[in-house]
Write a protein that binds this ligand. Structure first.
Ligand code: FMN
Length: 297
């Protein structure tokens, strides 16, 4: 069987990981680094870890020469640091707060944990090199780590706001994306989200109407005069016009001009965040609230 690279990448994305920034210094002492989620623990005694570095990255030749490097596990408020070190910016370290660790490798301020390593072994593997490090020094602090799954940042404490909302007799709605777009229910004067008393009823109702959907992540929790609303985002393979729902292309969501301003704002945010594959959670009421990164409780 030949493995399609795009499908392979997508399938791998189903394995949730944290996000790290791997750092070193080049021969001139210039700090270098990149974002990597291929971090793995290897051995407890001796203390070994590894990361897989793509051979086409600009940092690869530097890590091939380096004798020391550090792995910084990012905290849930460090999405921008992740984006910075995943970029091709020539001066990543000018835009980040960092200090020099015991081995000389840069340590990123605010990381939830860091491992300062000497190179134990480099293993050539396909289009990557496995960089195995022996931990010489390490540190950690109490904070939640940033997560990454299916091409988007995720958090590990999504549930608190949803649980509180449930205690306030919430209704559950979902932004379900299909190849045709996000499924909306035509109602007088605009659209509404598919809504039910809980996730199971919502999915059951959609299934009865011929839509096999799943919900992935929390998208918004807010209060309305009619009670709390919990909104998830999810997916379905096809939009069924039969189901009385319409698949609205994501790019068209900001232009719907719905009379329900809170719903319009939510759909606009969905389109913006989908474009960046970086979703947050809105917590507040119909009129005012804040979008928090996924992990913020
Ligand atoms: C969440 C995330 C995880 C990544 N994981 C890796 C990885 O494990 N190995 C890798 O070589 N690149 C990984 N990348 C891509 C690099 O960060 C990206 O190619 C970066 O631009 C390389 O920087 P450089 O060319 O300055 O070395 C990842 C990017 C993101 C956003």
């Amino acid at each position: 069987m030949s493995i399609d690279p795009k499908a392979f990448r997508q399938a791998l994305g189903n394995y949730p990981t944290g996000v790290t920034v791997v750092t070193t210094v080049d021969a001139d002492g210039t700090p270098r680094g990149l974002t990597a989620n291929s971090f793995t623990s290897v051995s407890l005694d001796p203390a070994l870890i590894l990361v897989c570095l793509g051979k086409t990255t600009a940092s690869h030749p530097v890590f091939m020469q380096a004798e020391r490097f550090a792995v910084n596990i990012l905290a849930d408020d460090q999405r921008e640091v992740s984006a910075l070190f995943a970029s091709k910016s020539p001066d990543k370290f000018a835009q980040a707060a960092w200090r020099t660790g015991a081995t000389g490798a840069p340590l990123i301020d605010g990381s939830v944990a860091w491992f300062d390593c000497s190179v134990h072994q480099r293993v050539d593997a396909g289009d990557h090199t496995l960089l195995i490090g022996q931990v010489q020094d390490m540190g950690q602090r109490t904070a939640r780590p940033l997560g990454y799954c299916q091409g988007a940042y995720v958090g590990f404490q999504l549930q608190q706001a949803a649980q509180e909302a449930l205690a306030r007799q919430a209704l559950t709605a979902a932004l379900i994306e299909t190849p045709q777009g996000v499924l909306l229910k035509p109602v007088a004067g605009g659209f509404d989200l598919p809504t039910a008393v809980d996730v199971a009823s919502l999915l059951g109702e959609l299934k009865r109407q011929g839509v096999q959907a799943s919900v992935d992540f929390l998208f918004a929790v807010f209060d309305t005069p009619q009670g709390a609303r919990i909104v998830y985002r999810g997916r379905a393979s096809a939009a069924a016009e039969l189901a009385g729902l319409r698949g609205i292309p994501v790019a068209a969501l900001p232009t719907l001009n719905l009379p329900d301003g809170a719903l319009q704002a939510m759909l606009t945010r969905y389109a913006q965040e989908r474009a960046q594959d970086a979703f947050g959670i809105y917590i507040g009421n119909q009129d005012a609230g804040e979008v928090r990164p996924l992990a913020a409780a």
